[in-house]
Design a binder for this molecule. Structure first.
Ligand code: ME8
Length: 509
């Protein structure tokens, strides 16, 4: 049986339209999903929208809309974004769907049955922006005496009747979990922050609200709605039908779950979520990875500064493949990074136009012009040709290890090193001279280069699926969903090239 691999993005708030942060999490998750499919895993990839809570209710009120109308409109925009980004997601879940409401209610009932919930009153700070309760020590005091959260939003003081989850009882179990499963949270620096937070002592968590209505009614008390994070986190399990008593065929995906999240919401995923599941006597996800945040030309991205980056605008101006490449290559996954047009243009012109584009253009048009577009056969493998083959083996061997550690940018670097080697091989072999001097070698160099271009198309599929497809089509490979293990079996010798076009356009600075 094929190994299962289930990967998720966070579900996005529908109070506003998507920004670069949403695009980033989604593209990186899509990369991992596509890579694991190429490795031969049976992959399920879920994304979706988070539609309950005060933040959404207020956004609807401000626009003079019913919450559900706003959710329907904005959730569709996020769904459209999955197409614009060419995500390979298998599911798109909305927290207003019945399957989600049923699952969230099921988890609540299990917690209730296991005596993990009690009624009390919450008095303290709350951030609507983050939909999160804060201790004063975790906030920063402003000059005017008010407080701000780590994400920069304001907090308000609230007092209301609320059910609490006995989070404080789960500290030791959580610490054991982190200790016994060393890669449960990564990167390491983020894991250390979580461990410190838990070690400093956990308070019980308020998990219901009574001062507004937009949410899922708690199944044990109709006067309360579920805290939006308890509601939202269950989406991951609900997408594969895990939170109910019947056996769902998708359930099997719950055996191997990876959550990709931004660093701001790691605590919810690495502390609250496993604590809820342990308390309900349910299985836990395997891995949680927290990525960093983008700034825009050196400044923090915020609505008030008016510097929010619209992914659709970037795609329209520079192209989807270019945008995906930049997001994945520019910043080590897990670190913060800066978005600038200059950096984007630089990557496009140097890595895509000069390195990959030129290699394909120069070698494949030679086959087009000199050989009536027919890819010749390899007749000779000398040391240089063997070195290229070794370089392929290195990527096949190291690639999965790097991706297992979420080192996406290192994988891309490795592939681009290979592209550099193929470029060097082509240049040093001087096929334009060999054409007259040694026809056999001329054909051999073109065959080897075309073969390597085919291999490169396999490697870049998780980064730039459309360009990968385009290259494979040019060299006459029409099979789709190819795996890494198919790479050597896919024969292109004797294939007739389809028209060779420039893969990327140079961008003027
Ligand atoms: O947090 N750079 O939804 P959201 C990189 N609904 N990533 C960024 C970013 C930036 N400048 N700004 C935001 C939620 N993000 C919850 C999740 S899951 C059960 C519920 C990331 O719409 C952020 O880290 O605020 C998060 O992963 C996502 O974008 C935005 O999520």
């Amino acid at each position: 049986m094929t190994d299962k691999f289930y990967i998720t993005t966070p579900i996005y708030y529908v109070n506003d339209k998507p920004h670069i942060g949403h695009a980033y999490t989604s593209v990186a998750t899509d990369f991992v999903a596509r890579f694991m499919r190429k490795k031969g895993y049976d992959v399920r990839f879920q994304t979706g929208t988070d539609e309950h809570g005060l933040k959404i209710q207020k956004a609807a009120e401000n626009r003079g809309k019913e919450p559900l109308d706003l959710c329907n409109e904005n959730s569709q925009i996020f769904r459209d974004l999955t197409k614009s980004l060419n995500l390979s997601n298998d599911d798109f879940i909305r927290t207003t769907e019945q399957r989600h409401i049923d699952g969230a209610s099921y988890l609540w009932k299990r917690l209730h049955e296991r005596n993990q919930i009690y009624l009390g009153e919450y008095t303290g700070w709350y951030s609507i922006n983050d939909e999160t309760f804060y201790n004063e020590k975790d906030l920063t005091k402003q000059n005017d005496g008010s407080f701000k959260t780590i994400t920069g939003g304001p907090v308000e003081w609230i007092t209301e009747k609320s059910y609490f989850f006995k989070l404080s009882e789960w500290s030791d179990k959580l610490l054991d979990l982190y200790k016994n499963n060393s890669d449960f949270i990564s990167p390491k620096s983020k894991k250390n922050e979580v461990v410190k937070f838990v070690e400093s002592g956990l308070n019980d968590l308020s998990i219901s609200r009574t001062s507004f209505k937009w949410g899922i009614k708690t199944p044990t008390d109709g006067g309360h709605i579920m805290y939006v994070w308890l509601d939202a986190l269950t989406c991951y399990a609900n997408g594969v039908g895990y939170l109910n008593d019947t056996v769902d065929t998708l359930n099997k995906y719950w055996d191997n779950v990876t959550h990709i999240v931004g660093k701001d919401i790691l605590r919810h995923h690495a502390v609250y979520w496993p604590a809820f599941l342990m308390a309900a006597d349910l299985d836990l996800p395997k891995r949680i990875f927290a990525h960093g945040w983008w700034t825009n030309e050196g400044s923090k991205i915020s609505k008030s500064l008016g510097n929010v980056i619209d992914p659709i605008e970037i795609i329209n101006e520079y192209g989807l493949e270019q945008f995906r490449y930049f997001l994945l290559r520019e910043v080590p996954f897990g670190n913060d990074g800066d978005f600038s047009k200059k950096a984007l243009i630089n990557r496009i012109n140097s890595d895509l136009v000069n390195d990959l584009g030129n290699l394909c253009q120069r070698s494949l048009t030679m086959i087009e012009k000199k050989l009536e577009s027919v890819v010749p056969n390899i007749t000779n493998k000398g040391n240089e040709e063997k070195a290229l083959q070794e370089s392929i083996e290195i990527i096949l061997d190291k690639g999965p290890k790097l991706i297992n550690e979420f080192k996406i940018h290192d994988y891309i670097k490795l592939v681009w090193e290979h592209i550099g080697k193929v470029n060097k091989y082509f240049n040093d072999s001087k096929p334009w001279e060999l054409e007259k001097e040694n026809e056999e070698m001329f054909l051999n160099v073109l065959a080897i280069t075309a073969e390597q271009i085919k291999n490169i198309a396999f490697f870049i599929e998780p980064i730039m699926p459309n360009i990968s497809r385009e290259i494979l089509e040019i060299v006459g490979v029409d099979k789709v969903n190819l795996k890494f293990e198919d790479m050597k079996r896919v024969n292109i010798f004797g294939n007739k090239l389809s028209k060779v076009n420039h893969l990327f356009k140079r961008v003027q600075e």
